[in-house]
Ligand binder design. Sequence first.
Ligand SMILES: *[C@@H]1O[C@H](CO)[C@@H](O)[C@H](O)[C@H]1NC(C)=O
Ligand SMILES: *[C@@H]1O[C@H](CO)[C@@H](O)[C@H](O)[C@H]1NC(C)=O
Ligand SMILES: *[C@@H]1O[C@H](CO)[C@@H](O)[C@H](O)[C@H]1NC(C)=O
Length: 446
Amino acid sequence: MKTALAVVSLTLVNFGVLHGLSIVDEVSGTCCPPVARRQNSIPVHYVTGTHYEVGYSVGRTFGTIIKQFISAYEPLQSELLKMFALPEGRKIYEESLKSTEQYFPQYVIELKGMADGADVPFHELFLMALDDTLPKNLNTSSKDKGPVGCTSFIINNLNAQLLGHTEDAMSETVNNYYIISAHVVPGEDESGGLFAARDEKFEALAYAGHLPGYASGHNHHGLVFSINTIFVSKPLRGKIPREFITRALLASKANLTEIVDVLTNKGIGTADGFNVNFAFLDVPVKSRVFYTAEVTPKAEDNRSEVYLADFGIGRNSLHTNRLLHLKYPELNEAAYGSSVSRESRYRQMTKNRDATSLEDMIEILGNKEDDPWPIFSDKATARVSTIHLGIFDFIGKTWTMWTNDPINNAPLLQLPLTFRNFVNPIGNKVATNKVDAIGTIDEPDN
Ligand SMILES: *[C@@H]1O[C@H](CO)[C@@H](O)[C@H](O)[C@H]1NC(C)=O
Ligand SMILES: *[C@@H]1O[C@H](CO)[C@@H](O)[C@H](O)[C@H]1NC(C)=O
Ligand SMILES: *[C@@H]1O[C@H](CO)[C@@H](O)[C@H](O)[C@H]1NC(C)=O
C-alpha cells in the first residue's frame, strides 16, 4: 500500500516538473546552463568474462562516449579513414592487423567485442590504435597528429613511494575516458597467440575506444605502471601497435624478466615508441625499486629495442615524451618541445630541494606555468589537455585520481591497489558442507 502511494505521488511530481520545463522551454528556448567543459567525473566499470565479453561490455556501457569521441577525433576523421580507403593504406593496415592477430589474438578479439558492443566499425578502433604508423608509412612528410603527451614522476624514499602520472591528450579526449576493473577468463577460442592467453585481473584507465593499458593501471600480481608516448619519426609497418603490447602488460606477473619479454615482443616487435614506468607493490618498503623502460621499433630485427633504467631508494625520476637513453629518430614537433619545457620546469622546481612527499608531487604535477607547454595543461584553448592525474601510493596501497588541477581541487576518487577475492558462491559452500560459513552470512540481519 505504501509503495503504491509513493509511486502515485512521484508520478505527480514528475508531471509537475515536466510541465514546468516545457513552459520554460517555450519561453526561453533552453532550460539549463551549459555543462562545464571539464566535467568532474570518472566512470569505473566492473566486469568479468571472456576477452570478447569484457570488450563487449565496455563498448555497450560506454558506447555514447566512444561514438562521440570517434566522430570528434580529428586525426581519424581528417586523415586515417581517408588513408584506409587507399589501396596502399589498406595494405599497411592489414599487415599490422595480421601481425597483431598472430601475437595477441585475444586482444584483437577484445577490441572486436568493444566495437560490437559500442556498435562502431572495428577498423575505426584499430586505426586509432595504429596511429602514426599508417600516415608515416604512406607519406613520410606527413605531420604527426598523434594522440598524447604525458608526464610520469617517481618519488622513492622510505617515507614516500609514489608513481604520479598525468594523462595529456588531444582536447577531444577531455571527459572521454574511464576506468576498467576487469577479471578476464579467456574463452577456448581466444588462445593460440605467441603470447598465451591467461586469467587476468586488473584495473586500468582507458581512453574511449582504446584498449586499457596504454595509460596507467595495475594488476593482481602487484605490477603498477604508467605509459608515455614516444613520438618516433619512423614507426614500422607490419609490426604491433604499441597499445596491444601495453595491454599485455596488464596480464604480466610482477617479474622483471617477464615484463622485458613482453616489451621485447620477440618474433615481431613494436611498431611505435613508448616509455613504461613501473614498480611492484608486494615488496618491502626498504627494497623498493622503480623502473623506467624505453621501447622503440627495431628496423633490422623482429623485436623491439628495450632500455631499462632503475631507481632505488633515494632516487626520483621524471619521464616525459622523449627518449633519454635509446637513440631512435624522433619527431621534432610539439610533443618534443613540450617535453623539454616540462623537464626544464621540473629541474627548476627541484634545483634547491628534492621532491620527497605527496605534497611535492602534487605541486610539481599541478604546475601550470610555461604556456603553451605547462606540466598541467587545462586551458580551454589548448590543443593538448591534461585530462587526468593519478598517483599510485605504494606504501598506502592506493590509487588517487583528479580530473582537474590538483592544487585547487580535491581528488575525486581513490581506489585500493589490493584485490579482494569475494566469498565463494553459496552453492559451493553447501556443496563442501561448510554450513558455518552460511551462518556467518546471515549474521548482519540479526
Ligand atoms: C604528405 O604530407 C604533406 C605534409 O602534411 C602534405 O603536404 C602532402 O600533400 C602529403 N602528400 C600526399 C601524397 O598525401
Ligand atoms: C621470472 O620469470 C622468469 C621467466 O618466466 C622465470 O624464469 C623466473 O624464475 C621468474 N622469477 C621469479 C622471481 O619468479
Ligand atoms: C622478420 O619476420 C618476417 C616475417 O615473418 C620475415 O620475412 C623476416 O625474414 C624476418 N626478419 C628477420 C631479421 O628475422
